[in-house]
Design a protein around this ligand. Structure first.
Ligand SMILES: CNc1nc2c(CCNCc3ccccc3)c3nc(N)[nH]c(=O)c3cc2[nH]1
Length: 375
C-alpha cells in the first residue's frame, strides 16, 4: 500500500542539521522546510484561498476540535471533505484537538479512555478519545492528521511527564488501529517528553516502532525559553528517522523557524502571523512594526521597504494605519497577507540557503537585521 505522504531528503546543508526535502501528498508535492498557515475554523483568517495560493502557501492547517464542535464534522464530510468545503486544493493538515482542549476548554479531566472537558461554546460536557479524534479527522478528510496526545506543561515533574508520555504512546497505538484511510490520509505520531532527554527518547522510540509516515515534536512553544526549546530539539530530532518528515508544532517566529530548521525540522505551524496582524502588528525585515502607532499617520512608505509583496507594492503605512484604526476589515486583510508572505518568503530564503550551504550566514543576517540579537 502506498503511503499517503512520501518524504524525499534532497540535500543536507553542509554545516548544520538542516535538510532540503520534498513532501509528496495526495494534493501535490511541496518543498520543505515549510511554514504552514493556520486556518482554525476552516479559513485562514482574512485570507482567500486565491491569495494563499499567490503567496505560495502549500499546506494549511485546520482544527479538529473547532470543526467538530462547529459546524460538525458530519457537515464537512457531506460537503465532500475539507478541501471541497473551503475550496483549497493543496495540502491540509489537522491537529487532533488535544492541545485545543488543554488550551481552550474550561475544565478537563484526563483518563486512560480519553479527555473529558466542557465545550467552550456552550458549556456542555464533551469527551474526546483517541478513536473519536481519528474518526473526526477521517471525516474531515485532511492529507495529514495527528494522533490524540497530551501536551503537558513543560515544567511538570518527571513522574507526571513519564506517565503522560506512556499514555500518549498508548493513545497513538489506539489511533493507528482506528484509522480508516491510511492510504490517503497520513497519520503522524506526536513526540512528547517535555525537557527530559530520556523521556523524549522513550516517546520517539515508542512511536518509531509503530512506523508512522511522519512525526511531530509536541510539548514545545508552551512557555519555555527559546534556548530550552532549541536544547530539546538538539537531542530529540536525531531520535527520529531521517527519511520521514519532522513537524515542530506551534512554532512560527523568524528566529525560531531558522533555529528549528538548523536542528532538522521540516514543517512548522503558528497562529502568530495572522493573530498579531489582527491588532495591526507587522513582521518586517527591520523587526516588528505596530502600524496603529501615531508616528505612521503621515508615513507613506510601505510596511517593509525590503518586501515585494502585493501589499508593500500598493499600500502605505498611513493607509493601513487608517484602516486598522477605523476597524476596516480590509486593514487586517492587508496586515495578514503581508505577515504570511513574510514568513513564506523567509522559508523560501531558508531553502535557498540550504542549497547554497550558507544557512548560518543567513541566520546571522536575519538575527542582526530583524533585531533578534538585541538583548
Ligand atoms: C503555540 N504553541 C504550541 N502549539 C502547539 C500545538 C498546536 C499546534 N497548532 C495547531 C493548530 C491547528 C489549527 C488551528 C490552530 C492551531 C500542539 N498540538 C498538539 N497536538 N500537541 C502538542 O504538543 C502541541 C504543542 C504546541 N505548542
Amino acid at each position: 500500500m502506498d503511503p499517503a505522504v512520501k518524504y524525499t531528503l534532497i540535500k543536507k546543508e553542509k554545516h548544520t542539521g538542516a535538510r532540503l526535502g520534498l513532501l509528496e501528498t495526495p494534493h501535490g508535492t511541496f518543498e520543505t522546510p515549510m511554514f504552514m498557515p493556520v486556518g482554525t475554523e476552516a479559513t485562514v483568517k482574512n485570507m482567500s484561498p486565491e491569495d494563499l495560493e499567490k503567496i505560495g502557501a502549500s499546506i494549511i492547517l485546520s482544527n479538529t476540535y473547532h470543526l467538530w464542535l462547529r459546524p460538525g464534522e458530519d457537515i464537512v464530510k457531506e460537503a465532500g471533505g475539507l478541501h471541497k468545503f473551503m475550496n483549497w486544493n493543496k495540502g491540509i493538515l489537522t491537529d487532533s484537538g488535544g492541545f485545543q482542549v488543554f488550551s481552550l476548554a474550561k475544565t478537563r479531566d484526563i483518563t486512560e479512555a480519553g479527555v473529558h472537558f466542557r465545550n467552550h461554546l456552550n458549556g456542555r460536557r464533551e469527551f474526546l478519545s483517541p478513536e473519536k479524534a481519528i474518526q473526526i479527522e477521517n471525516d474531515l478528510g485532511p492529507d495529514i492528521m495527528m494522533s490524540l496526545d497530551e501536551c503537558p506543561p513543560f515544567f511538570e515533574s518527571y513522574d507526571y511527564i513519564k506517565d503522560s508520555v506512556e499514555r500518549t504512546s498508548r493513545w497513538a497505538e489506539r489511533g493507528l488501529r482506528a484509522h480508516r484511510n491510511p492510504d490517503w490520509q497520513a497519520l503522524f505520531g506526536i513526540v512528547q517528553g517535555a525537557g527530559f532527554e530520556d523521556l523524549r527518547k522513550q516517546s520517539a522510540q515508542d512511536l518509531v516502532s509503530m512506523d508512522f509516515p511522519g512525526y511531530s515534536i509536541g510539548g514545545l512553544s508552551v512557555g519555555e525559553s527559546k534556548e530550552e526549546m532549541n536544547h530539546v530539539l538538539d537531542f530529540t530530532a536525531p531520535f527520529l528517522p531521517e527519511n520521514k518528515p519532522r513537524y515542530l508544532m506551534g512554532v512560527g517566529s523568524a528566529d525560531s523557524l531558522i533555529d528549528g530548521v538548523i536542528r532538522g525540522i521540516d514543517m512548522f505551524d503558528c497562529v502568530l502571523p495572522t493573530r498579531i496582524a489582527r491588532n495591526g502588528t507587522c513582521m518586517t525585515t527591520k523587526g516588528r512594526l505596530v502600524v496603529k502607532n501615531a508616528k505612521y499617520a503621515r508615513d507613506f512608505r510601505p510596511l517593509d521597504e525590503n518586501c515585494d509583496c502585493y501589499v508593500c507594492r500598493n499600500y502605505s503605512r498611513a493607509y493601513i494605519r487608517h484602516l486598522i484604526n477605523a476597524n476596516e476589515l480590509f486593514g487586517t486583510h492587508l496586515t495578514s497577507y503581508h505577515n504570511l508572505y513574510f514568513l513564506l518568503k523567509l522559508m523560501a530564503d531558508v531553502r535557498q540557503s540550504i542549497r547554497d550551504d550558507n544557512l548560518l550566514e543567513f541566520r546571522e543576517h536575519v538575527f542582526e537585521e530583524y533585531g533578534f540579537n538585541k538583548k
